[in-house]
Design a protein around this ligand. Structure first.
Ligand code: G4P
Length: 555
């Protein structure tokens, strides 16, 4: 990628009418989604099975870097392996029949939910994966809220039906009562655990029989009509009757299938299956693709931008450095929102107004990457980032536009980051600035300029450990963390001038974020409540306001 001197030359755009037609075709055959779940619900397993259908991988177990690949993963991915957690998230693009699928993978550990929030900003659909025995779990609820904020359509896959689970009706009730989301069962389970016999497809009334395959082996997919006399050889009458009664109940009192409500994120199609035995995965994929929305219009400074807009536009939703330590690379992940992206095209960087030539755009597939020639709305491309991209940045050709930024979520853990070795300050500064830019952690600063050490503000403790680990391994600086004992952060919506009007505040520490905006830190919600009571007019926000057009301060 190279910077191009601002010149009268216009950024490239597509004039050819025939391309509009191609564009419509390309958009309509794309589906993009992210999976939201609580750790252990089976996200990795389901992802693997989906990729097998797309022919994108040859064997199960390929999603987690294994064997040879381990050698090229970075040091902090080493940390993932030591801890058995998943921090990295990747983009997986594959073809299935006529559809091009972009699966935006998200980190599995809850301490990295900030990263998942950002990835959801780039997703058009979400698959909510539940463990049939556990039902809704905390991380799923949290991520669901993010989907709701953006009205993302949600498709629910209730997994592990081969193990004893909760009553299916109870699982649907929980989703309706707790999330306020109506449900529409696409299939209905016959029994569960040892007595799991399969599912009834609601539309066709076909039974797909479950045959218990050896662990890890694919179970066979056998269909029988509901009135097929053979059925009794596979399914006990009581189990079938119970399932049919429940289905009848759903027909009577449940909502109707309504695609508009599904796309508005108000009704979730529900599928029952077992990812590990590969049961119900292919029917899920088929129905999901038929109902999921194609890349949609997105909000910008210029109103809604149609993906059919001829000129290219997209935004950066994720930055990642040193994915491959052999190259010490920094990659910006860009979600294409409109038009056709072409290799070597010159685009405008909305925040700085600069023109940039994108000469080596990459397609990333897990750890692998290859140069892409073109990309369409719904796709994700990886750009080399020589430090000029921030999360939320817009790139475009044609008339100016800027996409809505991606909010930062309220951190809950705060710690001074000390650098005991002054001679390593240069590397310390570089590391802190780059990791902040990447969004690995939020950085706050004391308002007293003499206290130069940064404050790490994170959602989860592991985030801090990863930052320390990376500073040591990638920048050669051993650091020390000094916990601050605060748990709540609030941005002052009115800025410094509003803060000044209320005078001294007790039981709270005032700091500034990377954009010099005031942030108040509280030890607990009670102290925050007290401030709210004392100053009801003071507007505070748990989410950092989106920044546009300003460069952050650095260490
Ligand atoms: P995650 O990415 O959401 O954290 O979950 P992952 O796929 O790693 O699955 C967590 C555990 O649940 C794994 O077992 C996996 O085999 C199991 N699992 C996933 N889907 C199903 C299912 O449909 N039925 C059953 N019975 N189990 C399922 P593990 O013992 O932790 O790991 P492993 O020994 O399989 O590697």
């Amino acid at each position: 990628m190279s910077l191009v001197n601002p010149s009268p030359e216009k950024p490239s755009s597509f004039k050819d009418e025939s391309l509009t037609f191609d564009l419509a075709k390309e958009i309509s055959r794309r589906r993009n989604f992210a999976i939201i779940s609580h750790p252990d619900a089976g996200k990795t397993t389901l992802t693997e099975k989906l990729l097998l259908y797309g022919g994108a991988i040859q064997q199960a177990g390929a999603v987690k870097a294994r064997g040879e690949q381990r050698k090229v993963t970075s040091d902090w991915m080493e940390l993932e392996k030591q801890r058995g957690i998943s921090i990295t998230s990747t983009v997986l693009q594959f073809d299935y029949l006529q559809t091009k699928i972009n699966l935006l993978d998200t980190p599995g550990h809850q301490d990295f939910s900030e990263d998942t929030y950002r990835t959801l900003a780039a997703a058009d659909n979400a698959v909510m994966l539940e463990d049939a025995a556990k039902g809704l779990e905390p991380q799923t609820r949290k991520l669901f809220e993010v989907c709701r904020m953006r009205n993302i359509p949600i498709f629910t896959f209730i997994n592990k039906m081969d193990r004893p689970g909760q009553e299916p009706l109870a699982l649907l009730d929980e989703i309706e009562a707790e999330l306020g989301l109506s449900t529409w069962a696409v299939n209905w389970p016959i029994g569960s655990g040892e007595q799991f016999r399969g599912v009834i497809e609601r539309k066709t009334r076909d039974v797909i029989l479950f045959t218990r395959a050896e662990r890890g082996r694919q179970s066979e997919e056998r269909h029988l009509k509901i009135d097929d006399p053979l059925l009794k050889d596979f399914v006990e009458k009581e189990l079938l009757d119970k399932a049919l009664e429940e289905l009848e109940l759903l027909e009577e009192v449940g909502p109707e299938r309504d695609l508009e409500l599904i796309h508005a994120g108000k009704l979730t199609p529900v599928f029952f299956g077992s990812a590990m035995t590969n049961f119900g995965v292919r029917p899920f994929l088929d129905s999901f693709l038929a109902m999921a929305q194609a890349p949609v219009a997105r909000n910008s400074s210029d109103g809604l931008v149609d993906p059919l807009r001829k000129e290219f536009s997209g935004f950066v939703f994720k930055l990642q450095a040193n994915m491959d330590p052999r190259h010490r690379d920094r990659v910006a992940f860009v979600r294409v929102c409109s038009g056709r992206f072409e290799k070597d095209m010159t685009v405008r960087h909305a925040r700085t107004g600069k023109l940039i030539r994108l000469s080596r755009p990459q397609k990333l597939f897990g750890q692998d990457r290859s140069v892409v020639d073109d990309a369409f709305p719904g796709d994700v491309i990886g750009l080399n980032n020589p430090g000029m991209f921030s999360i939320g940045d817009t790139l475009y050709t044609g008339p100016r536009l800027e996409y809505e930024g991606i909010p930062c979520f309220s951190p809950e853990i705060f710690s001074w980051l000390r650098n005991p070795n002054p001679s390593a300050f240069k590397n310390f500064r570089k590391g802190v600035n780059e990791l902040r830019e990447e969004g690995a952690v939020q950085i706050l600063y004391d308002i007293d300029q003499s206290k130069r050490d940064p404050i790490l503000a994170a959602v989860g403790q592991l985030q801090l450990e990863v930052v320390q680990h990376r500073l040591e391994n990638e920048y050669g600086v051993a650091t020390r963390l000094e916990p601050m004992g605060y748990q709540v952060a609030r941005w002052v919506s009115g800025g410094w001038s509003e803060l000044e009007t209320i005078g001294r505040i007790f039981n709270c520490k005032t700091v500034q974020d990377a954009w010099s905006r005031p942030v108040l830190l509280f030890k607990n919600d009670w102290n925050l409540g007290q401030l709210n009571e004392d100053h009801p007019g003071l507007e505070l926000s748990a989410v950092a306001p989106v920044v546009s057009g300003v460069d952050p301060i650095s260490l």
